[in-house]
Design a protein around this ligand. Sequence first.
Ligand SMILES: [Ca+2]
Length: 223
Amino acid sequence: MRKARYLALCAMLAGASWAAEGAGDKVFLAEVLYAPGAGALPFIELYNASEDNVDLSGWRISIAAKDGPETVTLSRDKEKVVIPGYGFYLIGREKDRGAWSSSSYKPDFYCQLSMEYAKGRGGVMLLRPNGAVRDAVGWGLAPWRFFEGTPHEPVAQGHSLERKSGPTHNEVNGNSYDTGDNSTDFRERPKPQPQNINSPRERPAATTEGNAWGRIKAMYYDQ
Ligand SMILES: [Ca+2]
């Protein structure tokens, strides 16, 4: 009896730890507009390639800004912090709140990050509440930790840096191509496309077994 109880407890703990580690494993840095053109506003966009909503409370965004690293914690005090399954999440600057108001895709979270980067180099990290790096994208001479593999080439003023949907990018699937190399996984996007929690959801490309299963489940259960 005692043994059975012990085994049940082990199973429960194993399940709990799997859930804790698994939640958010497919949240990606999807698009960064770091050098906006005239009239445009800088942003950082996330994409959730899992079918489950993910609560981002306590998650952090850290940027390699012009004057050094800056970090903000996503908190539910005043903003929405849940990224929908297969959905997006948009982060803008508090000081641009008024300027975004006429846009149809307002940020879900306004923060104090400067979003001002040195010319030709910078990076963004997405961190879990425990400080573990979930994702990173860097460009040019990005500082250590602020990139994966090789940083992407800097993009032209007004263009954004966008994670591809797959080895060949399409506009139907979400931004979840991830080989661990920024120079391969991202592309220069001439016309930035900020997306927020209200934007149409996009399925990830079925490049892995997990994604394929997600699509099958979505077909049968998302009706
Ligand atoms: Ca986008």
